[in-house]
Design a protein around this ligand. Sequence first.
Ligand SMILES: O=P(O)(O)OC[C@H]1O[C@](O)(COP(=O)(O)O)[C@@H](O)[C@@H]1O
Ligand SMILES: [Mg+2]
Ligand SMILES: [Mg+2]
Length: 330
Amino acid sequence: MNKLITIERHFLEQQKSHPEATGELTDLLNDVAFAAKLVRREVVRAGLADILGMAGTTNVQGEEVKKLDLFANEKIINAIGQHGRFALMGSEENEGTIIPPKNQTGRYVLLFDPLDGSSNIDVNVSVGTIFSIYRLTGDDPSQADVNDCLQKGSEQVAAGYVIYGSSVMMVYTTGNGVHGFTYDPTIGEFLLSHENITIPEQGKYYSINEGSWQQLHSSTIDYINYLKEEDKATGRPYSTRYIGSLVADFHRNLLTGGIFIYPATRKHPDGKLRLMYEANPLAFICEQAGGRATNGKTRIMDIDPTELHQRTPLYIGSTQDVLKAESFEH
Ligand SMILES: O=P(O)(O)OC[C@H]1O[C@](O)(COP(=O)(O)O)[C@@H](O)[C@@H]1O
Ligand SMILES: [Mg+2]
Ligand SMILES: [Mg+2]
């Protein structure tokens, strides 16, 4: 029986379990959920609103930007930035840090990927938004700078994602389990649908872009070949599932078990995915759900970041699967 708990109510209940909490984190999670509703409103009717297709520009990473990437970025900055709760923001679509419209009172930093899964935007396949929240390292918001963004993932106070799929869901953690909410468009609310999500110890899916086979290092090829071998005792062969939207690939494996890999390749020596607003937030969620996230050798959340847009190889999912993948790395 659905308990009809709104996401706002859930944030408040989580806050109550921390008597020292001031309510600020609850407020800023509410801001994020509100921004997600604005992005959702446009994503679901993007084909009608002239916001499909290329924007005609490239981002700081030289990747072609879609109109919806920019649209979501703008919506999130405006919706979240005017409440004064964040001193600084960092987005995939902005080269430097963003000082929100109102920032003097904010004690937190927001890092985000406004629209994840760019290649799927125009073809009605699931895309997402990913976010990560940190405390400022100092007391004075006017002194906030890029170093406040460059904290280890282990310092995150909250993280989450929104998946715009066959239904829209927001999944978040504040370090107290992982909880999922499904959007009910008839009342405009995210309602609790997946309480205390846990990822199976081992799965049956692996997710990797196998089209880049020629670019893969031999350790990755050996591991994929291992997954394809028949061995009933270890549940092999695994099935492949690859959507090409990190949020969607991660979300599926979180619920069903399995592993997502975007490794270092010849083309992408540091991997393709971004540490600060893709790997870290999903790593926090994955670990909170009982899973594991590494770069093949090191825990993602222990990596000391040096750049806002730095990339990392990513091995994320069921603990036993990620451990097995690591055992192939030399
Ligand atoms: O096309 P590839 O090389 O498999 O890359 C797919 C990956 O790229 C991404 O689309 C990158 O994210 P953005 O769309 O936010 O740039 C991930 O969502 C996805 O996992
Ligand atoms: Mg992305
Ligand atoms: Mg993106």
